[in-house]
Design a protein around this ligand. Sequence first.
Ligand SMILES: [Zn+2]
Length: 287
Amino acid sequence: VIRYIKMGLLLVICLTFLCACVTTPSYQISNPMEVHFIDVGYGDAILVIKGSDTLFIDGGYPPMTNKVLNYFKTIGLKELDALVVTHPHPDHIGVAHGILENNIPVKNLFSSYPLEHSEIPHGFRSLVQEKLKNGVFDYTVLKDGDTISLPEGTHFNVIHPEVLVENLNDSSLVMYVQAFENGVLLAGDVGPEVQKRLLLDHANVFPVTLLKAPHHGGTAIEAFYSEAKPELTVITDGINPYGNPQKETLLFIDRYSGQFIRLSETGNLVVRENPGHELSIFTTRSE
Ligand SMILES: [Zn+2]
């Protein structure tokens, strides 16, 4: 009798395994993407992880450095394949400077601005020059059409800027990465003029699954959000003197996003890709 029970059990296990194989979608992802939005108040601190590939964007105002470094420690992150400075405003370049100053190993540093550009803060320039002299990493200037390729094969398409303009926000590095169902658009701080250009010159990017709202929900054109039609829009907001996110932009975001999240309301956020490319959203607290 025990033998029959054992055989029955084996049959059940085999059937379960078979069912599992049949129902597993062919497009199952081996390395799901995770996008971490660290709450640094008004500013961007975005970490993209896929397998062993890691890319970090900006980081927020300088005093947020410890918070970001603690976050790295909590999740066991010891080095970065890529550090991206979208533009040299302090709510973006501040922590990027802090990361380098604290000797977190960075393999590649990317920006839309050449190091010699007058908008690059003097302290950042000399710190990077010193590290370049010691061969610590490479500094690469990117523009529309370039790609950041990480060691394990994650590709970030740079879709802005074409050229640097006087307005720093509109010279932000904008990236698109294929993940989830329709991709992730990381839109820096670009304003209405650039949003218009992106719709014209990079129509193939739209719609997207996950959108980092440009300029902390700042002034926008409605078409940008109606074409982006994100499943999730994340607003990296906090106390600021600019009135961001703008009331009208919040209406656009609400109207055209499946859902939207303001980091000022949730704290740290992790968006994870599931088999089938759906989104999972987690919030975490950090000191
Ligand atoms: Zn900003």
